[in-house]
Design a protein around this ligand. Structure first.
Ligand SMILES: [Zn+2]
Length: 361
């Protein structure tokens, strides 16, 4: 299987060729000699992203782009089912391959009278109290997308159609591990288009009292998170990890969501958390963990918060080249950071890992 190791620093290649809309081919040497042309190409690439204007091609000396430089989708569909943590409904899901440049799009197959496609974007996030909810202009929504989104971005899946026959993604075991296994079973397929990353150019933060979320420049994706709870079952926990596919699989994917028993009872009284149980969450009462099996890791809580943040950032539609730091942050703060980033064009830029295009902005 193709590797998705740490995002490499761009390396110089002797030459390469790009095909734009199938009619234009230029060599790397030509590009270097004509920077303005390269910049124009880059703008064309960004402006025509939805139709995946750029197809990466083999260069005259057989140079091939590395896996991280291409977009990927699934080999075939991944079918599964499970219970939604809040609705308690049994939801059937099919994650299907999707064309280059289409991103992640949820499709509510149970909705026939309105637009049932819910494309993921920073602005599509409408609720964040209990999980991340995306909604389209017709008011059709999908809840609790964050754990699947984390698995998709860290396994390098750029484009996927997620069909589901209810309003909420199944919670599975409360972690991203089942989604990793499902995506592994489906397999990944490289697409004929260049992947774009969001490169953080200057620090940007969202602060709400003692809660904060920050993105800072870094050559690689890194994630740091701190939580503090009065319960001795959690206390203060801190994690700081360089994050790539391997690290996600080994350090974060299996870490489950958690909640306090009194909160779960309050949510149930409001008609929520109907599907919540110790089958899909770590449940805490006072200073005690109620799950008989205990924790998967001593700091499972903060690791789950890091997992959530990765999923919440992927509503941006591209992986981050930068460092995320969260302090007591939840889905709401994460999404406010996403919106602050979108409103601050000088703080970031799209870039590819193809050297000539990385320089062409
Ligand atoms: Zn979560």
């Amino acid at each position: 299987m193709e590797g998705y190791g740490a995002v490499p620093k761009p390396a110089r290649h002797p030459s390469f060729a790009l095909i734009l809309n199938g009619f234009l081919a230029v060599s790397g040497e030509t590009l270097r000699n004509r920077k303005c042309f390269a910049a124009a190409q880059h703008r064309a690439y960004l402006s025509s992203w939805d139709v995946a204007a750029f197809a990466a091609a083999q260069g005259p000396r057989g140079f091939a782009l590395r896996a991280q430089e291409y977009q990927h989708t699934l080999q075939g569909p991944a079918i599964f089912a499970g219970v939604g943590v809040h609705t308690g409904e049994y939801i059937r899901v099919a994650v299907r391959p999707a064309p280059a440049g289409s991103g992640v799009v949820f499709v509510r197959t149970d909705v026939a009278d309105r637009d049932n496609r819910v494309p993921v974007s920073g602005e599509a996030v409408t609720k964040t109290q209990l999980g991340t909810v995306v909604e389209n202009a017709a008011g059709v929504s999908v809840s609790t997308i964050e754990h699947l989104m984390a698995a998709l971005v860290m396994l390098g899946v750029d484009n996927a159609t997620v069909e589901l026959d209810g309003p909420e993604m199944p919670i599975m075991d409360g972690s991203a591990e089942p989604f990793v296994q499902i995506l592994d079973r489906a397999g990944r397929r490289r697409q004929d288009a260049v992947r774009r990353y969001i490169e953080i150019l200057e620090p940007i933060a969202f602060v709400d009292g003692d809660k904060s979320a920050t993105l800072k420049p870094s050559d690689e994706f890194e994630i740091a998170f701190e939580i503090r709870f009065p319960s001795a079952a959690i206390g203060r926990q801190y994690v700081d990890l360089p994050m790539d596919e391997r690290a996600f699989r080994s350090e974060l994917a299996d870490c489950r969501t958690f909640g306090f028993l009194h909160e779960v009872e309050a949510l149930r009284a409001m008609g929520l958390a109907r599907g919540g149980s110790m089958e899909n969450a770590v449940v805490i009462e006072g200073d005690r963990i109620l799950n008989p099996e205990g924790l998967r890791r001593p700091d499972e809580f903060v690791r789950h918060k890091a997992l959530d943040a990765i999923g919440d950032l992927y509503v941006l539609g591209a992986p981050i080249l930068g460092r995320f730091e969260g302090v007591l942050a939840g889905h709401a703060v994460n999404n406010q950071l996403v919106r602050a980033l979108l409103a601050s064009p000088k703080s970031w830029r799209y870039r590819t890992l193809v050297p000539e295009f990385a320089e062409a902005v």
